[in-house]
Design a protein around this ligand. Structure first.
Ligand SMILES: Cc1cc2nc3c(=O)[nH]c(=O)nc-3n(C[C@H](O)[C@H](O)[C@H](O)COP(=O)(O)OP(=O)(O)OC[C@H]3O[C@@H](n4cnc5c(N)ncnc54)[C@H](O)[C@@H]3O)c2cc1C
Length: 325
């Protein structure tokens, strides 16, 4: 049995939880395990329907008013009750901060290892998984041969896909055994931040990328003009957002937006693995960089080796003259 801890929002299951369910189903198919879920949120019709689409026949809902505010230790205690009563062999969640925190508590309570941010299953007997380490810069294989394997699935390790046979999900309400000590650290208040609109970037046919090579917040004039001339969107590296040169909504990569334009023009971007994770689906990549050995240059379909502050104005000039001419 595989138990998947799922998270929900107002629209139902989160994207990451649907990814984790798809990942669990593929693992279950290989290892011969059925998949069940633990839902801490109120199991609405939308959640039940999405669980059914993912092939989940049974969802456990820990029902206790003290669990309504998130508290990692008490949610883990409730999940451990389910894991023990269902004799689960694998416990899994998405690798969100919350998912990783609950799983860490669960692994400690079960006295087993935990593999965080798994991207792939190498083998099922013994269970060997590949996981991201050093913030996704490296991968390592980890053997999980404890009686219960605990793992979180890295974001976007797979696309969420409906099961070939949809189920009608039954919800079993469970009364967890809670200890007041597990409720000491808990969410007291939630403040909504303003949602970032990244739709222009993720839907653009052409994206002009800008990295540290832009040189500063004032170094974007030509890059923005090129973006405008091509009718595209600007996408930037994390260095650019961390330095406050551009807003986070423009960031491309593992911790930004994933883009899949027809044309991506990364200017002054080295092509670190975390950036590549967000742009590798671009159909054509034209890199502009001073370094011919930069990973972005070696992976690009085309490259111009040169200073972006010379190359980009030259392209703009040519595009302008073609417009007017
Ligand atoms: C957990 C984690 C998550 C991360 N998530 C992301 C993410 O989502 N997105 C992301 O982008 N990064 C992410 N990073 C950061 C990533 O590892 C790199 O540090 C970052 O992508 C580097 O940005 P850069 O390419 O702009 O800068 P650099 O690596 O410094 O590269 C600058 C490039 O510009 C070139 N250059 C310099 N001057 C010029 C010029 N005048 N003209 C042309 N070329 C020039 C250089 O040759 C170099 O190739 C993450 C890191 C971690 C640890």
């Amino acid at each position: 049995m595989i138990i998947v801890l799922v998270e929900a929002n107002a629209d139902g299951l989160t994207l990451f939880s649907r990814e984790a369910l798809t990942f669990a189903r593929a693992l279950g198919d290989r290892a011969g395990h059925a998949v069940q879920a633990v839902v801490f949120d109120e199991p609405t019709d939308a959640i039940r329907q999405q669980l059914g689409e993912q092939g989940v026949a049974l969802a456990h809902h820990p029902d206790d008013p003290r669990l309504s505010d998130y508290a990692g230790a008490s949610w883990a205690a409730a999940a451990v009750d389910v894991v023990r009563s269902s004799a689960a062999e694998i416990v899994l969640a998405s690798g969100t901060p919350r998912g990783n925190e609950i799983l860490a508590h669960i692994a400690a309570r079960l006295d087993v290892r935990m593999a965080a941010n798994v991207v792939q299953v190498e083998s099922t007997d013994p269970l060997v998984v590949t996981r991201q380490v050093v913030g996704g810069a490296a991968l390592e294989d980890m053997r999980l041969d404890d009686p219960i394997a605990v793992l979180s699935v890295a974001g976007h390790a797979c696309d969420p896909q409906a099961a070939s046979v949809a189920m009608t999900t039954e919800v079993a309400t469970v009364s967890p055994t809670l200890d007041e000590r597990d409720l000491v650290t808990r969410v007291m208040q939630v403040e909504q931040t303003q949602a970032e609109d990244t739709s222009a970037l993720t839907g653009a046919r052409v994206v002009v990328g800008a990295g540290r090579g832009a040189g500063g917040a004032e170094g974007f004039t030509d890059l923005l003009e090129l973006t405008e001339l091509l009718g595209g969107a600007l996408g930037v590296s994390r260095v650019v957002t961390s330095l406050g040169w551009r807003p986070h909504s423009e960031q491309v990569g593992q911790t930004g937006s994933r883009i899949a334009p027809d044309l991506y023009i990364p200017c002054g971007i080295s092509g670190a693995i975390q950036h590549w994770a967000g742009c590798q689906s671009a159909k054509t990549i034209l890199a502009i960089n001073t370094d011919p050995e930069a990973p972005m240059v070696t992976r690009a379909h085309y490259a111009v080796i040169g200073d972006l502050h010379e190359v980009v104005p030259a392209i703009n000039k040519e595009l302008r003259s073609r417009r007017t001419g």
